[in-house]
Ligand binder design. Structure first.
Ligand SMILES: Cc1cc2nc3c(=O)[nH]c(=O)nc-3n(C[C@H](O)[C@H](O)[C@H](O)COP(=O)(O)OP(=O)(O)OC[C@H]3O[C@@H](n4cnc5c(N)ncnc54)[C@H](O)[C@@H]3O)c2cc1C
Length: 387
């Protein structure tokens, strides 16, 4: 199943879009796939050499505006094309290579031109920095507005105090965007956003957290012990942070849907090839309807997930409200990825369970897509509230 054919059946891609898709396709096949297994098995950190290699061909900063040194593909549609291609190679690595886009989103929504110049330009060029976005706390995940980390006004800025958890890229990140309460008596209206460098005094982080999958990205806890943040590093006005976070999620959930569709496509391809070759009872297993119908379900769900992703991305680029369609795309695509990677394991039988084949890793990797940036339950909550 070629999702680019699906895309071209409805949309006309520009020459630039065709070129970046081809670049990412080749990068996924020649650079990502060959190291994916060893990164997962080693579980010892992110493939930073690959990140720097990707930077040299424009993959890590393609989403940053040209004005600040990036590739200028600021539309979400192109970002989805890229993410789907890279995550076909490996979900964790694909997400890692594009992780600076997650940091850039709240800056693009809330930041001044001076802040964008200062904090986005270092993410561009041949040797970009790494970044992270920190909102989740031990007691506040789905209910982000209940965060307890505080940002107390002090002379010339704020003092950040509290803890974050599950922060992707923590440890290697040079720059963080951190969400904290400037008014703890309020819920979402009390949240503000801040830019912080990793060498800030009073800031520290824990050991890498042991994870089920997507081991190309490490997560850690963050600790803030009266970390001084100058007023110039506040994003937007006090109390606007939650709005920036929600707008970030509008974009990032759609991009996540594209990522999930990429790994689902990989699972379908792998399972189909295997089913054509593996023989039982004197014929290829694909000739059994139980097997071929499962593949048909995978293909159908992938097609639907991709179309919903493109719909949400297009609406986003048109400036339309996307809270509901972004939730639908993320829900559809992440559950499709979970189903398709499970179905690939099932199709390979015992070999699907073996770590010598990639599908067991894909199943572990895909599970995260149903959890991060809002769980499937939260996506259903958003959708049901709009009924
Ligand atoms: C590998 C990984 C990477 C991550 N990276 C980042 C990152 O870079 N930055 C960051 O800030 N965070 C990050 N997160 C955090 C992630 O976004 C949260 O884990 C997620 O939002 C869920 O929050 P929680 O873990 O606190 O679960 P909880 O909110 O405690 O939810 C527990 C369960 O209850 C359900 N639930 C909760 N409320 C409701 C409700 N109202 N209705 C129905 N069901 C409900 C949930 O769906 C879930 O099944 C990451 C998490 C992981 C696992």
């Amino acid at each position: 199943m070629d999702l680019m054919d699906v895309t071209r059946s409805i949309f006309t891609l520009t020459d630039e879009q065709e070129a970046i898709v081809e670049l990412c396709d080749t990068f996924a096949k020649e650079k990502i796939r060959p190291i994916a297994k060893s990164v997962d098995e080693a579980d010892s950190g992110s493939p930073v050499d690959l990140f720097q290699e990707a930077a040299k061909v424009g993959i890590t900063d393609f989403m940053i505006p040209e004005q600040f040194g990036g590739g200028g593909y600021t539309d979400l549609f192109t970002q989805c094309l890229v993410q789907e291609r890279l995550c076909w190679g490996d979900l964790g690595i694909g997400n890692f290579l594009c992780s600076n886009g997650f940091f850039a989103d709240p800056l693009l929504v809330l930041g001044t031109d001076e802040q964008k110049e200062e904090w986005l330009r270092p993410l561009t060029g041949d040797t970009p920095l790494y970044t992270a976005l920190a909102t989740t706390e031990p007691g506040a995940g789905s209910d982000a507005a209940s965060m307890t980390m505080t940002a107390t006004p002090t002379e010339g800025g704020y003092l950040l105090k509290g803890q974050k958890v599950w922060i992707s890229n923590a440890g290697i990140a040079d720059q963080y965007v951190v969400f904290a309460k400037t008014d703890p008596s309020q819920r979402s209206r009390g949240v503000s956003a801040f830019l912080m460098r990793s060498d800030a005094e009073g800031f520290s982080y824990g050991e890498p957290m042991k994870k089920m999958g997507q081991r190309a990205i490490q997560c850690r806890e963050l600790f803030f012990d009266d970390v001084f943040i100058p007023e110039a590093n506040r994003l937007g006005e006090e109390g606007q942070g939650f709005l920036g976070l929600m707008k970030t999620f509008d974009a990032s959930r759609i991009v996540l849907a594209a990522a999930a569709t990429g790994i689902a496509r990989a699972a379908l391809e792998y399972a189909t090839n295997y089913a054509r070759e593996r023989e039982t009872f004197g014929k290829p297993i694909i000739e059994n309807q139980a097997v071929s119908f499962r593949l048909a379900d995978m293909a159908t769900r992938i097609n639907a997930a991709w179309l919903q992703t493109l719909q949400a991305a297009t609406m986003f680029d048109q400036g339309k409200p996307v809270g509901e369609v972004a939730a639908m795309a993320k829900l559809q695509a992440s559950e499709t990825a979970a189903f398709c990677t499970w179905a690939a394991v099932q199709t390979l039988g015992g070999w699907g369970y073996s770590r010598e084949f990639p599908v067991e890793q894909w199943m572990r990797d895909a599970k995260l897509e149903e959890i991060e940036e809002g769980t499937s339950d939260i996506m259903r909550l958003i959708i049901s509230r709009n009924l």
